[in-house]
Design a protein around this ligand. Structure first.
Ligand code: HEC
Length: 110
């Protein structure tokens, strides 16, 4: 009987479990993100111009477009930071989830 009750609760549990990652995502902080940017991204990217360094200058992202012309969204920036397109290194394991959210919040103000 108890096992049956457990089974009945399972779908409910899964519903909550599936919701968790988004709910748990830390909130980005622009000021802290600026520091992350200066420490890591700034080696390869200008923040306040479009000039090419190692990678493209990132100024203008707040207008909704990445340097390649793709739409600038939070999730796409997270993919870029994690998996690095083309020549950009993967930073997935170099930054904490909090640092990623912070730097994305900053980049979205450029
Ligand atoms: C070692 C150099 C390097 C570092 C460090 C680096 N990038 Fe990049 N990044 C690049 C290069 C090179 C490209 C261009 C990739 C390509 O060829 O499309 C790029 C591309 C990008 C783009 C543009 C993607 C697009 O679709 O237009 C964004 C946004 C970006 N990087 C953000 C970041 C952020 C944020 C960080 C820090 C967390 C970072 N990068 C760290 C080298 C770097």
């Amino acid at each position: 009987m108890r096992a049956l009750a457990g089974l009945a609760l399972l779908p409910l549990f899964c519903l909550f479990a599936a919701d968790e990652p988004a709910a748990k995502r830390p909130t980005g902080d622009v000021e802290r993100g600026k520091i992350v940017f200066e420490n890591i991204c700034g080696e390869c990217h200008e923040a306040y111009s479009r000039e090419e360094k190692v990678g493209p200058g990132l100024q203008g992202i707040k207008n909704g477009q990445l340097p390649t012309g793709r739409k600038a969204t939070h999730d796409r920036l997270l993919d870029i930071v994690n998996d690095g397109p083309a020549e950009m290194p993967k930073l997935k394991d170099r930054l904490t989830e909090q640092e990623k959210e912070d730097v994305i919040a900053f980049v979205l103000t450029l």
